[in-house]
Design a protein around this ligand. Structure first.
Ligand code: AMP
Length: 214
């Protein structure tokens, strides 16, 4: 099964993608994670993206389209893929359609996580990640069991995203409403769009997604 998770920053796309990856063996393709990895590795591609990402603006379409195409037919996606953070513009959605046709694949559903803007800044500004294994936490909603120690791997170093702050969130939300939200009618017209309440508890959101996937 191949799906897209769509929603504003902080809607829970990454968290839900990880659940699906574990439960169904699908692969999570997160353009944000790929770009952050490229920055960490000091790839030229990452360098091109960094200042835009730090400012909360979208990076050029062709850059993310190329990154997705390189992965979409990989062996790790044999049980289907979850696109998280892609597509983010109508041209990206169109490029995805062309790419899927080239690879003999198709989308089964586009799931919109519906959330209140007011909750997003709090969700995003409290999140942090284990630097060793990548497990995600939140100061208020999901702190580590023991302060400063990762529940999963025992790591003691954590990172916070440079763009996870109230100021950059304004630009990121504007990018979502101006550039990404127009994708919703695009997929609605194709009969693929499903909505799931992203404000409920994490397990309930997962159940809502599972209900869509059947
Ligand atoms: P995310 O981790 O999905 O919140 O993405 C973090 C940042 O990476 C965004 O604010 C953009 O600067 C960039 N980015 C990620 N995915 C895309 C995309 N599909 N199109 C354009 N920019 C993207």
């Amino acid at each position: 099964m191949n799906i897209i998770l769509i929603g504003p920053p902080g809607a829970g796309k990454g968290t839900q993608a990880k659940f699906l990856e574990e439960k169904r063996g699908m692969c999570q393709l997160s353009t944000g994670d790929m770009l952050r990895a490229a920055i960490k590795n000091q790839d030229p591609l990452g360098m091109e993206a960094k200042s835009l990402m730090d400012a909360g603006k979208l990076v050029p379409d062709d850059l993310v389209v190329r990154m997705i195409e390189a992965r979409i037919s990989g062996p790790e996606c044999g049980n289907g893929f979850i696109l998280d953070g892609f597509p983010r513009t109508v041209p990206q959605a169109e490029a995805l359609d062309a790419m899927l046709a080239r690879h003999g694949k198709h989308l089964h559903a586009v799931i919109e996580l519906v959330v209140d803007d007011a909750a997003l800044v709090e969700r995003v500004s409290g999140r942090y990640t284990c630097a060793k294994c990548g497990a995600g936490y939140h100061d208020k909603f999901k702190p580590t069991a023991k302060a400063g120690v990762c529940d999963v791997c025992g790591g003691t170093e954590f990172t916070r995203r440079a763009d996870d702050n109230a100021e950059t969130m304004k630009t990121r939300l504007k990018a979502f409403y101006d550039q990404t939200a127009p994708i919703l009618p695009y997929y609605k017209a194709k009969g693929l769009l499903r909505q799931v309440d992203g404000m409920s508890a994490m397990t309930e959101v997962t159940a809502g997604i599972e209900a869509v996937l059947g």
